[in-house]
Write a protein that binds this ligand. Structure first.
Ligand SMILES: Cc1cc2nc3c(=O)[nH]c(=O)nc-3n(C[C@H](O)[C@H](O)[C@H](O)COP(=O)(O)OP(=O)(O)OC[C@H]3O[C@@H](n4cnc5c(N)ncnc54)[C@H](O)[C@@H]3O)c2cc1C
Length: 303
């Protein structure tokens, strides 16, 4: 007699992931859950033990190219969102949008997080990617990170215990879900003005009204990837519904229902031209996940 798998009510089956990435690509998740609390995340981790599938945390999906078709994994949409203020720090749920966080604290006259303004990711995703802008990065503002491992054990790391690099953190390779983090704050009556200036500059120089995943390539040492692509005359190049943005050449725009394969074909085309014309090899910043069509790098299944 076969026993039917009991699926917790928080989990749905065969869910399209397109709406959950900013590039609007992705196939169907075998299992999908939106979690708003750590307890809900624990429930999903217990389910993972029973079905023995990889678990992948989605923040805002703003640094991802997800493969097409049936994706045999449990996708967890992280919406753990809370704030707790100390005198000189804030502890935040990992599902909070960092741009909103920057706005909230700068409106209180507190500085340190303005650089997050306009980055569409979550606290968790920005720690994993060590996201940065305006010459600052997530690690420089971070004090502590708290995670949940697959055995449901909570761990708190101080930032000094973690080795961050340019758009890199140890969490890219760990089976741990970030549940909350503590950031340093200081009094700055000009914080809101600075945040506003950063946001205004972004809206002027980057495409925000079309689906993108932010910067496609990492900046090679001493160069700007966007300027290299532009200098090779590739702005506006379009392949299979994806286009190199006219506004910022390191952003690729999904203009016509493109697939992961279409995007990665354009990635290859741009890399080839830039290498041919400048001798510089571009490396992806965006993570291709659950796709077999990239020769460049394959991100592990995530946490
Ligand atoms: C318009 C636009 C502008 C952008 N500007 C910038 C910029 O200025 N600077 C910059 O650095 N980036 C930028 N980005 C890229 C992106 O926003 C960042 O990389 C961001 O850190 C991704 O966060 P996310 O929540 O969307 O993560 P996702 O893309 O959802 O996930 C990224 C990785 O983190 C993992 N992850 C996410 N949350 C957790 C968690 N709680 N626990 C464990 N693992 C987790 C995922 O599994 C995945 O491996 C931009 C993107 C767009 C679309």
């Amino acid at each position: 007699m076969s026993t039917r798998l009991w699926i917790p009510s928080i989990i749905t089956e065969n869910k399209s992931l397109k709406p959950y990435t900013t590039m609007k690509v992705g196939g169907e998740a075998r299992y999908f859950a939106e979690v708003k609390t750590v307890e809900e995340l624990k429930e999903v981790l217990l389910f993972k033990k029973r079905v023995n599938l990889p678990l992948f945390i989605l923040g805002k999906g703003s640094n991802l190219i997800l493969g097409e078709g049936n994706l045999e994994a449990i996708f967890v949409l992280n919406r753990i969102q809370f704030f707790s203020f100390d005198s000189d720090a804030v502890t935040v749920g990992s599902g909070v949008n960092v741009s909103y966080l920057a706005q909230k604290v700068s409106k209180m006259g507190l500085g340190g997080l303005e650089f997050f303004s306009g980055i569409p990711g979550t606290v968790g995703g920005c720690i994993v990617m060590n996201a940065g802008a305006s010459k600052k990065e997530t690690a420089s503002a971070l004090l502590e990170v708290t995670t949940l491992d697959e055995e449901l054990k909570e761990r708190t790391y101080s930032v000094d215990e973690l080795e961050f690099g340019y758009r890199k953190s140890p969490f890219l390779k760990r089976d741990e879900s970030i549940i909350f983090a503590k950031f340093r704050l200081f009094m700055d009556i000009e914080a809101e003005e600075k945040r506003h200036a950063i946001l205004t500059h972004r809206l002027k120089t980057q495409p925000y009204t079309v689906p993108t995943a932010g910067c496609m390539f990492r900046n090679p040492s001493g160069h700007s990837a966007g300027q290299l692509i532009d200098s090779c005359g590739l702005k506006g190049l379009e392949v299979g519904g994806v286009r190199v943005s006219q506004k910022h050449a390191n952003f690729f725009e999904n203009v016509q229902n493109a697939s992961a394969k279409n995007i990665l074909d354009l990635v290859e085309r741009v890399r080839y031209e830039v290498k041919k014309q400048t001798g510089i090899e571009l490396e992806l910043e965006v993570l291709p996940c659950f796709t077999t069509c990239t020769p460049i790098q394959q991100h592990p299944m995530g946490s």
